[in-house]
Design a protein around this ligand. Structure first.
Ligand code: PGA
Length: 260
């Protein structure tokens, strides 16, 4: 992934979760065709994280397209006796350039701690993949006024020493906003992203000032422009609305309006 010489080059990443099959290639080809045509000089990177079973086929179908592919999770180890798991190297071999780690659904459904997430991010770096590290508070944590403490704690514990602005992207995803249609206010997003930016600068120095911080959680065509305009929001991690090319492209087009 590349960045502009000046500011941070945004990223719009679609997380398909456990959805899609071989026929879904039509959606990704529609995104490819838009990026080859109407959106050819889009000042943002565009990525889809389909189920792992689809990555190789999608990579073959996409050819030399700017549409990037990502995995949704990886194991910390490069190989071995880990039935059902996928190594970062395998994702890379299939055609991925990035992998999501520490998504709240992985943290909740599979008991993944921030220290495991850090190992997975390190595995991504070892394999030459960008790690998209997800952090976010639950509804109870927000209500208790602990949002920034929780999010910044996860950030510190989930980031491996190998993290740079080139190989790591942060995705702030409030757990209560995922798949619910609810979103924080732009001011709330601004406050949390500012806290993440400040901690990244403390943890990583100059690299932290350049690292992309995505917002995720119920990003839709009708709220994307407002959310993407918030300071320190460098793109989106999109779940449900990434499954249909028309919705995903409507979100991607948010950045078309920002062309210089
Ligand atoms: P959503 O999911 O856009 O469907 O809320 C976001 C995510 O989980 O990454």
């Amino acid at each position: 992934m590349v960045k502009d010489g000046g500011g941070i080059r945004p990223l719009i990443a679609g997380n398909w979760k456990m959805n899609g099959d071989k026929a879904s290639v039509a959606e990704i080809l529609a995104v490819r065709d838009a990026l080859a045509g109407p959106l050819a000089d889009l000042p943002a990177d565009v990525m889809i994280a389909p189920p792992a079973t689809l990555i190789a086929g999608f990579a073959a179908a996409l050819g030399a397209s700017p549409v990037l592919l990502a995995g949704q999770d990886c194991h910390p180890k490069p190989d071995g006796a880990h039935t059902g798991d996928i190594a970062a190297e395998m994702l890379r071999d299939a055609g991925a350039v990035a992998v999501i780690v520490g998504h709240s659904e992985r943290r909740a459904d599979h008991g993944e701690t921030s220290s495991i997430v850090s190992e997975k991010a390190m595995a991504a770096h070892r394999a030459g993949l960008t790690a998209i590290v997800c952090i976010g508070e639950t509804k109870d944590e927000r209500t208790a006024g602990k949002t920034v403490a929780v999010v910044c704690g996860q950030l510190k514990d989930s980031l491996p020493a190998s993290a740079t602005s080139e190989n790591t992207v942060i995705a702030y995803e409030p757990v209560w906003a995922i798949g619910t249609g609810l979103t924080p206010t732009p001011d709330d997003v601004k406050d949390v992203h500012a806290a993440i930016r400040s901690d990244l600068a403390t943890l990583l120095g100059q690299e932290g000032t350049k690292m992309r911080i995505l917002y995720g959680g119920s990003v839709k065509p009708d709220n994307a422009a407002v959310l993407m305009a918030v300071e320190n929001v460098d793109g989106a991690l999109v779940g449900g609305a990434s499954l249909k090319a028309s919705d995903f492209l409507a979100i991607v087009r948010t950045y078309e309006a920002k062309r210089c």
